[in-house]
Design a protein around this ligand. Structure first.
Ligand code: UDP
Length: 322
């Protein structure tokens, strides 16, 4: 049985949807940002907290857990700059409690949701996993700290793990059943689509003076189902012993500026956005684009969705659930 911590969240729920086709799944989520109705009916659901030893114990004592996937975290760069305590508490301290329990119960396999924010401001076109990690905000630091704990736990306790460094997750499941539903929403693509649905007056562009061709930030947008498939491959690699420890980037290898994303949303929806150009948002690097060559070569993963397809799937979801 596979324990998915944070399986009611955006990315976790998409992974659960793939995983239930192959494995028995139990989801632990405190529903602080997740939604119960995003969890596939075939998974066992437990409402509880990964920082609460008693919640964890009751799961590990009841179910034969083979591997743990850990999605539960706070993930907003801006918020982490304003409230670092929350990030170190929820992303680092609570994860340590989870890892301690995993070691206590002899579980050997762990998949960790990490982030491009661990790299900081890389001065390369395409970021590879061996680029230096110098995060520039508490969110990125909190994720890097867990990566470092995992490396130490592998040596000391024989924990096998795969770290997946996501670039910008976006889009919704093809079934139309689940999609991105943050409250408050802070991510670019859902904010643009909500604006184009008439739910917001305008879309703000945070900074136009970055060192990029059009002055706005460049990011690598990756469909959430592509991310989900990478988790299935990572799990197989751990369970079959193909991998003991690994760190992989997950991106498309293509960078789009904020302006280009807005233009693509306009094209997909056939609607025109009202744009407000504002100051930079603290903690944002100018450009983050992945090389995902390593996971392609080692696990045979490849991103399938283009930016346009990502936005089309998100648009279907937002129109149905607005
Ligand atoms: N962004 C923006 N306006 C918004 C929200 C985001 O210009 O209302 C920019 C943000 O500064 C970043 C990019 O869009 O350069 C992607 O931001 P998002 O919050 O979606 O993801 P992040 O890169 O922080 O993980």
């Amino acid at each position: 049985m596979i324990l998915v911590v944070g399986g009611a969240g955006y990315i976790g729920s998409h992974v659960v949807k793939e995983l239930v086709e192959k494995e028995q799944v139990i989801v632990l989520d405190n529903l602080s940002t997740g939604h119960r109705n995003l969890v596939d009916d075939r998974a066992v659901f437990v409402q509880g907290d990964l920082g609460n030893k008693a919640d964890l114990k009751s799961i590990f004592e009841t179910y034969p857990i083979q591997a743990v996937m850990h999605f539960a975290a706070n993930s907003l760069v801006g918020e982490s700059v304003k409230n670092p305590m929350k990030y170190y508490q929820n992303n680092v301290a609570a994860t340590l409690t989870l890892l301690e329990t995993i070691v206590d119960y002899g579980v050997k396999h762990f998949i960790f949701s990490s982030t491009a924010a661990t790299y900081g401001i890389p001065n390369v076109e395409l970021i590879t996993e061996d680029c230096p990690t110098n995060p520039i905000n508490p969110y990125g630091r909190s994720k890097l700290m867990v990566e470092q704990m995992l490396a130490d736990f592998a040596v000391a306790y024989g924990l096998n793990y795969v770290v997946l460094r996501y670039f910008n997750a976006a889009g919704a499941h093809e079934s139309g059943e689940i999609g991105e539903d943050h409250n408050p929403e802070t991510h670019l693509i859902p904010l643009i689509l909500q604006h184009l649905l008439g739910q917001r007056e305008k879309i703000a562009v945070f900074g136009t003076d970055y060192d990029t061709p059009d002055g706005t930030c460049i990011r690598d947008y990756i469909h959430v189902t592509d991310l989900a498939k990478a988790h299935i491959l990572a799990l197989e690699a751990l369970l079959t012993g193909k991998k003991k420890t690994a760190v992989y980037n997950l991106g498309n290898g293509l960078g789009y500026s904020v302006k280009e994303v807005i233009e693509t949303c306009e094209k997909v929806t056939g609607r025109k956005a009202v744009i407000e150009y504002t100051d930079r948002r603290p903690g944002d690097p100018a450009r983050l684009v992945a090389s995902s060559q390593k996971i392609e070569e080692e696990l045979g993963w490849k991103a399938e969705y283009s930016l346009e397809q990502i936005i089309e799937s998100a648009w279907r979801w937002h129109r149905q659930h607005s």
